[in-house]
Design a protein around this ligand. Structure first.
Ligand code: BGC
Length: 790
């Protein structure tokens, strides 16, 4: 494993005729690449992704750790947290013999409606880039490649494969490319993924400007650019545009078409050679060239005690106290009414390619009842509107057109994917039969998939046709349509769904007890709240909103959750709300409750982490990584639906807190950078010396606590119309009760530049604000740039 010289790489490339070179530049399967003995290349394996190493299968793969989601991890604002996640993911990859992990996602939180924000760190490019670099370094120090994605301007999901993101060059440079630039500069990721969307009229997979000129040219980056899955649509333009590898395979738009393009002189063979050199360089780095790499064998079990400790701590650290009148942390002897569907069914991860098969997902009810014995758990209102696969497994039978049984298997999950992993079947699948036993009682049953379905359960039978929601094949796989209904079964029966239709589909069964009505749930919650010292209401989103493939249309909590909180707050002595969501939600009741803990999508140990945070065993020391708007639409960038195929980033560089601070939107409910933790802090003198800012900081609370000292540059008023305030550095620091320290914050020169007339120049000056989010300023010092040459 290691770095190969350019000569060595070129010599290997020269050993192959054109066809055999080109053959290597398209995947071998959904997540693997081909080997080639003549150049010493072994097959490589890739796996998603940002919150866990799922492996080679979309469903039914091996058990693997489910990490807290990216916004929750980023809320620690700690480089060390991101680096630790990278190292742990490398171990998870080693257990599964994976060479490249498809993460981190460094797209930004532009509109809060973006469905995939849960996978991305933040609305700020510096915070995102610095954390991404730490993650990449952690991963790659163990010989597993990172893939920084998705290059570029891929901030929302609506029409994701066709949308043209229209972004001016300054905004691209200062905002959306900056995380990629920082990751490249600080950690040299071994691969990057080109996005689905177009950027200024050119597909991201054909971006000569972004890939050849900036990434590979200006930044001098030597890694490999792969396409997002099924994103490439051309041969010559993509190859000439700097794309090195088409994913997935085995077929795709390159192959013979690229060979022909070279023969016709549309693509120089040296271009193909460069793609292959980059692929071989990656192989050398991850140990897939010449000598096979050795894989670590002693990786901790994903559900074992070591991982449980790590994942509980990582999740709890990032949880963020948004409001607190002193109710938190909860005393151990209080009687708690724990209320809400997400308390019982905690959403531990988002949907889409970032989802994994976890060994367990600890609900908040399980976590809190395990930590204190004074908890009464009460279900809440419905939070979902789409059918979802049941909790237990199912039998899957595949039939050919002639009626032959092609496969008969048990799936551990109530969803599976047919035909995407190159199963060796005697003929194409014409009919799928899914079945599972049902108990007697009131049940919700249904089916998922793009298909015509006949469903039977006891005497009941139904027939439905489920159409594809778009022409994005990924959508059918990652978020198939579904149908469900409620039935009453007098005795146990079998649920059988017979599906016919398209060959490549994700299919699943719905089978669960029918939940209580919302009215009954609210009444029970109010009664329980009256009996307790404190009501803890868990509200949140699910993978219906926090998902790849679809955006949100509102930030309001789904269902009647707001009504539930208001009713409980009116009845309870004290009310704490736990928000189980990765991204902003509206909180119309926020002045009626005593404390709010934002808990993200906390991963497999979620319930333990929430319990530790509520009880103060681990300080929820997070700071928001994104601003929480006060109302729908009240954000500097909102719209995610393209007009005539174009999504114009017309807020320019005034995205997120930069736009709120410039009054381009009403003040947010909570600012980027906000978070109370359990300490209290006194800020003394602020000084600036040679680019290093120093703050005299005291923990005035009676407990050890963590502070995130944030420094923003407010440019001169003369520039303020054009130059937004921006984060330029931060330091996290742990201080004991009463401890005082001079805390240094290095200012990152990459945030102190502006892009004009095709080049970077330094900002002329302004004030450095020391703040706990821009809603809570604690000090300031004048700033002028260092003399040229420094
Ligand atoms: C996603 C990528 C992911 C790929 C492979 C795509 O749908 O956009 O982020 O890595 O699938 O699963």
């Amino acid at each position: 494993m290691g770095e190969l010289s350019d000569d060595d790489l070129s010599e290997r490339v020269a050993r192959l005729p054109l066809e055999r070179k080109v053959r290597l530049l398209t995947g071998a399967s959904m997540f693997t690449l081909r080997g080639e003995e003549a150049v010493g290349l072994a097959p490589m394996a890739f796996s998603d992704g940002p919150t866990g190493v799922r492996g080679l299968e979309f469903t039914g793969g091996p058990l693997t750790c489910l990490f807290p989601n990216a916004t929750l991890l980023a809320s620690s604002w700690r480089r060390e947290t991101a680096a630790e996640v990278g190292r742990l993911l490398a171990e998870e990859a080693e257990r599964q013999r994976i060479h490249v992990v498809l993460g981190p996602t460094v797209n930004l939180h532009r509109s809060p409606l973006g469905g995939r924000l849960f996978e991305a760190y933040s609305e700020d490019p510096l915070l995102t880039g610095v954390l991404a670099a730490a993650y990449v370094a952690g991963l790659q120090e163990r010989g597993v490649g990172a893939c920084v994605k998705h290059l570029v301007a891929n901030e929302s999901e609506t029409d994701r494969t066709s949308v043209d993101s229209v972004v001016d060059e300054r905004t691209l440079r200062e905002v959306y490319l900056l995380p990629f630039e920082i990751a490249v500069q600080d950690a040299d990721p071994w691969s990057v993924m080109a996005a689905y969307n177009d950027v200024n009229g050119v597909p991201a997979t054909e971006q000569d400007d972004v890939v050849n000129r900036i990434l590979k040219g200006e930044w001098g980056w030597t890694g490999l650019v792969m396409s997002d899955w099924f994103a490439t649509t051309s041969a010559a333009p993509a190859a000439n545009g700097g794309l090195d590898l088409v994913m997935p395979g085995p077929t795709g738009p390159w192959g013979p078409a690229l060979v022909a393009a070279v023969e016709a002189g549309e693509v120089a063979e040296s271009v193909v050679d460069d793609h292959l050199r980059r692929l071989l360089r990656l192989a050398g780095r991850v140990g897939a060239l010449d000598e096979p790499r050795t894989w670590r064998e002693d990786v901790p079990h994903p559900g074992g005690p070591e991982r449980r400790e790590q994942l509980t701590r990582l999740a709890a650290d990032g949880m963020t106290v948004l409001a607190n009148d002193g109710t938190l942390p909860l005393a151990r002897d209080v009687r708690i009414a724990l209320i809400g569907r997400p308390a019982l069914e905690t959403t531990c991860m988002g949907g889409g390619s970032a989802s994994v098969r976890a060994p367990h997902q600890v609900s908040i009810a399980e976590g809190l009842t395990g930590a204190t014995d004074r908890v009464a758990v009460v279900d809440g209102v419905d939070v979902r509107s789409r059918p979802r696969p049941g909790r237990d497994g199912m039998r899957v039978r595949l039939y050919g057109a002639s009626g032959t049984l092609l496969d008969d298997r048990h799936s551990e999950e109530a969803r599976t994917i047919i035909g995407m992993h190159g199963e060796a079947l005697a003929e194409p699948v014409a009919r799928v039969e899914l079945s599972a036993p049902l108990p007697a009682g009131r049940l919700r049953i249904g089916v998922l998939g793009v298909a015509h379905a006949r469903i039977t359960a006891g005497d009941a039978s139904f027939e439905v046709t489920l159409d594809a929601v778009s022409d994005d094949v990924g959508a059918d796989v990652l978020r198939p349509p579904g149908w469900q209904t409620d039935v009453v079964l007098p005795e146990p029966a079998e649920l059988v769904a017979e599906l016919t239709g398209r060959e490549m589909v994700a299919v699943g069964l719905v089978a669960e007890p029918t939940p209580p009505t919302d009215d009954d749930a609210i009444a029970a919650a109010v009664a329980a709240a009256r009996e307790a010292d404190v009501a803890v209401v868990v509200v949140g989103l699910t993978e219906e909103q926090e998902t790849e493939v679809a955006d949100k249309s509102t930030l309001a909590l789904p269902g009647r959750q707001d009504e539930l909180v208001a009713a409980v707050a009116a009845a309870a002595a004290r009310t704490v709300v736990v928000v189980n969501a990765a991204t902003p939600v509206l909180m119309p009741w926020r002045d009626e409750v005593d404390a709010i803990l934002w808990a993200g999508l906390p991963g497999q140990e979620g319930g333990h982490a929430v319990a530790a945070a509520l009880l103060g065993a681990i300080e929820p020391a997070g700071r928001l990584v994104t601003s929480f708007p006060a109302a729908d639409g009240a954000a500097p960038a909102w719209e995610v639906v393209p007009t005539d195929g174009r999504l114009v980033y017309d807020e320019g560089v005034f995205v997120g807190y930069r736009g709120y601070a410039a009054r381009r939107a009403p003040a947010p409910a909570y600012w980027f950078g906000h978070g109370l933790g359990y300490g209290s802090w006194e800020y003394g003198e602020v000084t600036l010396d040679d680019g290093l800012l120093s703050v005299d900081l005291t923990n005035t609370s009676p407990r050890a606590s963590r502070e995130v000292v944030q420094v923003y540059l407010q440019p001169d008023p003369a520039d303020a119309d054009d130059q937004p305030v921006r984060l330029v550095g931060w330091t996290t620091v742990d201080l004991d009760a009463g401890e005082r320290r001079d805390v240094d914050v290095a200012l990152d020169p990459r945030a102190l530049r502006t892009w004009a007339d095709g080049r970077w120049s330094r900002l002329t000056g302004g004030r450095l604000l020391v703040a706990r989010g821009l809603g809570d300023l604690r000090g300031e010092v004048p700033y002028s740039p260092p003399p040229p040459g420094r």
